[in-house]
Design a protein around this ligand. Structure first.
Ligand SMILES: *[C@@H]1O[C@H](CO)[C@@H](O)[C@H](O)[C@H]1NC(C)=O
Ligand SMILES: *[C@@H]1O[C@H](CO)[C@@H](O)[C@H](O)[C@H]1NC(C)=O
Ligand SMILES: *[C@@H]1O[C@H](CO)[C@@H](O)[C@H](O)[C@H]1NC(C)=O
Length: 705
């Protein structure tokens, strides 16, 4: 997981429409021919006898019953023996471990390499010069790190530099925090700012500090998120993918921009920054004088910290890093679909880690490897997916989704025309409780599969039963953040996506303590949460690959868009017409209803025939393509790589809108404009979203005007 969501400020919840999720109740021709040769004992399911349905159910049952917490834990142990930061030798070894696992299972596997610009620390130091003349060396490493090959805490892509300046506390480093400081008469220009991490991305915090004239940024993480001794590493680059190949794949021998290129330079922060421990932060903050801290800033700080500075403490901070072009490795296993090999269901997880990566990301990798094991078992029993399943193990996610982004850029047209869905799992297990984010047409399917998987923490309950009875019931979130590998798939390529995990905010995030021993002591001692994630993830993929009609329900999408429009209406208070939006949503809802009825009819037809198969495929294609309708060729203004007009990050990190990023930008950038200019700018973005929804509706209808 690269960084926390800038969009976690307000969270849309989902209410469910009552349309039943598709279940396959029909024969399909080719699979029948192949599997007909195959004798499987009859399975006592209540639905009307239908050999193929029974086969599909039978294989899903085998998939679920062949789960093993033991194998998952052994994969995790092997993956986390050494730290495996992207671009290092141990990282290549984990790639080989994953590929060997796929090979040993008899799966088709290959690696795809890219050259990408990564960033590593060389040297860093931090001294506090106190008013009494004493100087304290503040250690920038974590305890117990000496002699280990864990990379020292740093911010990837921070420029090298040094500062000898007064320290000042800026709370979370948001605009409103600087405003509060301004009111106290504090100017941070030339100072070293000390900031505590919040939902804002690291890059956004550093950018804001630079804008305010700060000389450098020291960042600490408090609360449950990071253990007292731990220090949170992370990237401070704002954009996704390899900075030297923006928008295209950085393949060996391909075009690469120079480091001095303007487009490259603008991706990097302007001032050096460094993560520090809570102790170091409190040492500095406790020594500050100057203005009293605003009351609201205090709650999570120790009581002795009461003043924001600057003065009298001087900070002497030096950071030296190097940017290096290195080879990164994505590993794939491809299970070719029997009837529709040219339709893809992708399961992805990154493999690179800041340290040992037991939670982030290899709890997900271990689950992926267990899914591979169980799919291979199904294949030995005669199963072949209807559509092609691709297991993807990404590299260099921690540096800005680089492995997945380069691959999506390289395969954009094929993904656009053939990818059914992308199912992401990053930090699979952080603790208890299911957390899920999807694009809305996948809500029903997600809910269905949670009814089939046992809850890891409550014997005798399904994940669904547990989910509906805790924290106010089912809460499916959306995918506007750029905090894991779904971002290029959804926000650049328009592929319907899912992101799953258990628990959130684990205290060893990006620290040297994210190890197998933490996982087996605290995160998931029995590895049953891993089993649950693997079950949900693998079952989602089985439905998406095997159901003759792709199990999407766009009524959920229309409903979600309606909710968004309500939020927007309240925010804009009538200054902008939202009629184009509501009209287009009605169109989408009507197309969705028709598609659902058509699917129902096709499922009920018991006859066999090429025509029926073709009809299901045609409908599935419309269901697949509808999501692409939300893409706009021009993308978001000034951030054209982001093509999706419903889901994507707003460029204003403090925006209250976590959807419609173009509208969000128009709203936040309109301060200082005349009322008319503001209205026109926002109205234009509303029209763009409305046209995108119309395009999606027309793709779903599948007819020309
Ligand atoms: C802060 O100080 C700098 C340098 O002295 C000055 O350029 C800037 O205008 C000041 N900012 C404010 C908000 O007063
Ligand atoms: C700051 O620290 C560096 C060592 O990293 C040292 O070379 C330099 O002299 C120090 N500057 C001051 C003013 O103490
Ligand atoms: C697997 O789960 C069982 C039952 O919960 C438990 O007894 C066993 O210790 C677990 N194994 C591992 C490796 O966690």
């Amino acid at each position: 997981m690269a960084q926390s969501l800038p969009s976690s400020i307000s969270k849309p919840t989902t209410t469910f429409t009552t349309t039943p999720s598709p279940t396959c109740t029909l024969l399909f021709v080719l699979l029948l021919c192949i599997l007909g040769l195959y004798t499987l004992h009859q399975h006592p399911h209540s639905t009307t006898p239908s050999p193929n349905t029974q086969d599909a159910l039978h294989f899903r049952d085998i998939f679920l019953s062949s789960a093993s917490n033991y194998t998952i834990s052994s994969y995790l142990r092997a993956l986390t023996l050494h730290p495996h930061l992207a671009g290092t030798e141990p990282a290549l070894q984990t790639a080989q471990y994953v590929q060997t696992h796929f090979k040993d299972l008899g799966l088709n596997t290959h690696m795809v390499h890219y050259k990408a610009l990564l960033s590593y620390p060389v040297h860093a130091s931090l001294y506090a010069h106190f008013s009494d003349g004493t100087v304290k060396d503040l250690p920038l490493t974590e305890p117990g790190q000496a002699g280990s090959d864990v990379v020292r805490p740093y911010h990837a892509y921070s420029p090298s530099g040094s500062a000898y300046a007064e320290a000042v506390f800026v709370n979370f480093g948001r605009e409103e925090d600087y405003r509060a400081l301004g009111a106290l008469g504090v100017n941070v220009s030339g100072c070293v700012v000390v900031v505590r991490r919040c939902e804002l991305s690291r890059g956004a915090v550093v950018e804001k500090a630079a804008e305010k004239g700060a000389a450098a940024v020291l960042m600490y993480t408090e609360g449950g998120k990071v253990k007292e001794e731990g220090v949170e590493r992370g990237t401070v680059m704002g954009a996704l993918g390899d900075p030297l190949s923006p928008g295209w794949a950085g393949s060996e021998g391909g075009e690469r921009l120079g480091l001095e290129n303007g487009d490259v330079l603008k991706r990097f922060p302007k001032i050096p920054s460094m993560p520090i421990s809570i102790q170091n932060a409190y040492t500095l903050l406790g020594s500050l004088d100057g203005a009293r801290m605003p009351y609201e800033w205090k709650d999570s700080l120790r009581s002795k910290v009461g003043r924001v500075g600057p003065c009298p403490t001087m900070v002497n901070f030096t950071y030296q890093g190097e940017k290096k072009i290195v080879t990164i490795h994505n590993v794939f296993a491809v299970i070719r679909g029997l009837e529709e090999p040219d339709r893809y269901v992708l399961l992805g997880n990154h493999r690179d880690a800041w340290t040992y990566g037991a939670v982030d990301p290899n709890s997900g990798t271990a689950a992926l490897l267990d899914i591979a094991r169980r799919y291979a078992l199904l294949m030995r029993l005669g199963w072949n997916p209807r559509r092609t399943i691709i297991l993807c193990s990404w590299d260099a996610e921690e540096f800005g989704m680089i492995g997945s982004t380069e691959w999506v850029e390289q395969n954009l047209l094929n993904l656009g025309s053939k990818a059914i869905a992308y199912l992401n799992v990053d930090c699979a297990v952080q603790g208890p409780g299911l957390f899920a984010r999807t694009t809305p047409q996948l809500d029903d399917l997600l809910v269905e599969v949670t009814k089939k998987v046992g809850d890891p923490d409550s014997a005798g309950m399904t994940v669904y039963e547990k989910w509906t009875t805790t924290n106010g019931g089912i809460n499916i979130q959306r995918l506007s953040g750029v905090d894991s590998d779904f971002a290029p798939f959804l926000q650049h390529a328009g592929v319907p996506s899912v992101d799953l995990y258990y628990g959130r905010d684990f205290p060893v995030y990006h620290t040297a303590f994210d190890s197998y021993s933490w996982m087996s002591s605290y995160g998931d001692p029995l590895f049953q949460r891993h089993v649950a994630v693997a079950g949900l993830w693998g079952l989602l993929a089985l439905h998406l690959s095997d159901d003759p009609i792709v199990p999407f329900n766009y009524l959920s999408y229309a409903h979600q868009l309606q909710e968004y429009t309500k939020v927007l209406r309240n925010m804009l208070e009538g200054s902008v017409s939202l009629h184009p939006l509501t009209a287009s949503i009605l169109e989408l809802a009507s197309a969705a209803k028709e598609a659902n009825e058509e699917a129902k009819k096709l499922r009920e037809q018991e006859t066999l025939g090429d025509l029926l198969v073709l009809k299901k495929r045609t409908l599935s294609d419309r269901l697949m393509l509808a999501e692409r309708g939300f893409l706009d060729a021009d993308g978001l203004q000034r951030r054209q790589w982001f093509k999706h007009l419903v889901y994507g990050p707003s460029s204003d990190y403090e925006s209250k809108l976590v959807f419609f990023p173009g509208i969000a930008d128009a709203i936040s950038q309109s301060t200082g404009m005349s009322a008319r200019e503001r209205q026109a700018a926002i109205q234009h973005e509303v029209w763009r979203v409305a046209r995108a929804i119309q395009t999606a509706a027309s793709a779903l209808k599948g007819e020309l005007t």
